[in-house]
Ligand binder design. Structure first.
Ligand code: PMP
Length: 395
């Protein structure tokens, strides 16, 4: 997360010949612009209070979830050993898919080895040459990459502009169309107009794909997501995608919808067919997490209470989901403030271009359900002190 020029750039290494020497110039330019990234290495011997993770419900360390992973390891070993279609599907994968479908109110679900691959696989299986995809400016990179790889014609409208979605669908010549959106936008945790997008798609004979990555466990009845909250669970021509890597504390992705959709993905989604199946330990952890959440539907409420408390403490508006974005503008003060938080024992996210628009670099706090009031208040105080120390103003 530092802005300093990485030391290895001061001398050209022998591994960079003529063909790759431009990498050094590119790296120096990124460092000068405050855009060099240096992944923070978590050390269990010196833990920080973590508000940078996507572990919204704190389930990645829940004893039942850890036990689920252990049991899967003992039963199935360390790898799924092949693609799902060869021999990488275990009873755990099948149970996870059945229980996810039940939770989401859809006839079927299919899990992938990451949320990224679920989105890329679903979009490329649903749209190709001769289709139209309508996307928006807030969608996650995995949806964007799915659109690019699909070879469909892609129209990108302003985030939230469902009238523009309607217009793009109405003016199309392609027989098939797909609208894609996040339900909760990943950068700032605000919702998309799901009901309006569904109506627009429905009125124009298009399907709607909704990525619920930041809504599962966070919004909707018992954490079943924004689609369920909008009364659209199991709706026709609706495809839900999601991740096992956030509220479920594990790793992996999912697509939920009709049984025919599931069959279609199994037969045609390249990121399903050619990728090694989801690791059994990840499947076991996700299944246990899903059961923990279903047994205690109070999780989203506890998360909400912490979101409200922390936003107030930071003097920020209360967001609709569990992401608090504190926009400071330039990347350098954002990085410095994140470092100052870390020096005080609190890990926060720091988003800079290209993850966000230039001029909107920010601290990004992802709240968790498992923090007590005193910790939430302490985090708020640390963030404010850190911003003050580096002279950064919240916009
Ligand atoms: N969709 C959204 C909205 C995301 O924020 C992310 C990743 N953080 C993904 C998909 C990709 O999921 P995964 O990290 O499980 O690959």
């Amino acid at each position: 997360m530092t802005t300093a020029t990485p030391s290895h750039l001061h001398s050209a290494g022998p591994d960079l010949g003529d063909a790759l020497s431009w990498l050094t110039d590119a790296a120096v330019a990124r460092a000068d612009a405050g855009l060099h990234r240096d992944p923070y290495v978590r050390d269990s011997a010196a833990p920080l209070i973590n508000l940078a993770s996507n572990d919204y419900l704190g389930l990645s360390t829940h004893p039942d979830v850890i036990a689920g992973a252990h049991a899967a390891l003992d039963e199935w070993g360390t790898g799924s050993t092949s693609s799902r279609l060869v021999c990488g599907t275990t009873r755990l994968h099948a149970d996870l898919e059945d229980e996810l479908a039940d939770f989401l109110g859809t006839p079927a679900a299919l899990v992938f080895s990451s949320g990224y691959l679920a989105n890329v696989g679903a979009i490329t299986a649903l749209a190709g040459r001769g289709s139209l995809i309508v996307s928006d400016t807030g969608t996650h990179a995995s949806l964007i990459d799915g659109c690019r790889l699909s070879r469909a014609r892609v129209v990108v409208v302003e985030r939230g502009d469902h009238a523009a979605v309607r217009a793009a669908l109405a003016g199309r010549t392609e027989p098939r169309a797909l609208v894609v959106t996040d339900s909760i936008y990943s950068v700032d945790g605000e919702p998309a107009p799901i009901r309006e997008l569904y109506a627009a798609a429905h009125d124009h004979g298009a399907a709607l794909l909704v990525d619920e990555a930041h809504a599962l466990g966070v919004r909707g009845p018992g954490g079943a997501g924004l689609v369920a909250e909008c009364g659209l669970a199991g709706a026709r021509d609706l495809v839900v995608t999601g991740v096992l890597s956030k509220s479920f504390g594990s790793q992996g992705g999912l697509v939920a919808g009709s049984a025919v959709l599931r069959d279609h993905l199994i037969d045609t989604a390249r990121t399903f067919i050619f990728d090694t199946g989801l690791n059994p330990a990840a499947a076991g952890a996700a299944l246990a997490a899903l059961r923990v959440l279903r047994a205690d539907p109070g999780y989203p409420d506890r998360l909400r209470a912490n979101v409200i408390r922390l936003a107030r403490r930071c003097g920020a508006p209360t967001p609709s989901a569990a992401v608090i974005s504190l926009i400071v503008g330039d990347p350098q003060p954002a990085v410095a403030a994140a470092q100052a938080c870390r020096d005080r024992g609190v890990l926060v996210g720091c988003f800079r271009p290209p993850s966000v628009e230039p001029g909107t670099s920010r601290l990004r706090l992802t709240v968790r359900a498992d923090l007590d009031d005193a910790t939430v208040d302490h985090v708020g105080d640390v963030v404010l002190e850190s911003l003050r120390e580096v002279g950064a103003q919240i916009r």
